[in-house]
Design a protein around this ligand. Structure first.
Ligand code: ZN
Length: 74
């Protein structure tokens, strides 16, 4: 499985690219055993810089184990 993006909420961390302190930040990582393992965390400025190279961030982070299914409402 390739890298996935998640929105991490309520955690304080440091941006991997610029070193700024971040809260509620996008992180890229992998899902291992249905658990999200972040590999890099970014501030929103760096995320915006990286955006052309990545998929859209997952809009919902509270339920990272939700399987990818067809939306009920088209
Ligand atoms: Zn940054």
């Amino acid at each position: 499985m390739g890298p996935v993006w998640r929105l991490i909420k309520g955690q304080k961390d440091i941006c991997h690219r610029c070193g700024r302190e971040i809260v509620d930040f996008p992180a890229v990582g992998r899902v291992v055993d249905f658990q999200f393992k972040p590999e890099a965390k970014y501030c929103w400025d760096c995320y915006r810089y990286l955006t052309p190279f990545v998929d859209d961030i997952a809009p919902v982070s509270q339920d990272p184990f939700q399987p990818v299914t067809k939306p009920a409402i088209p």
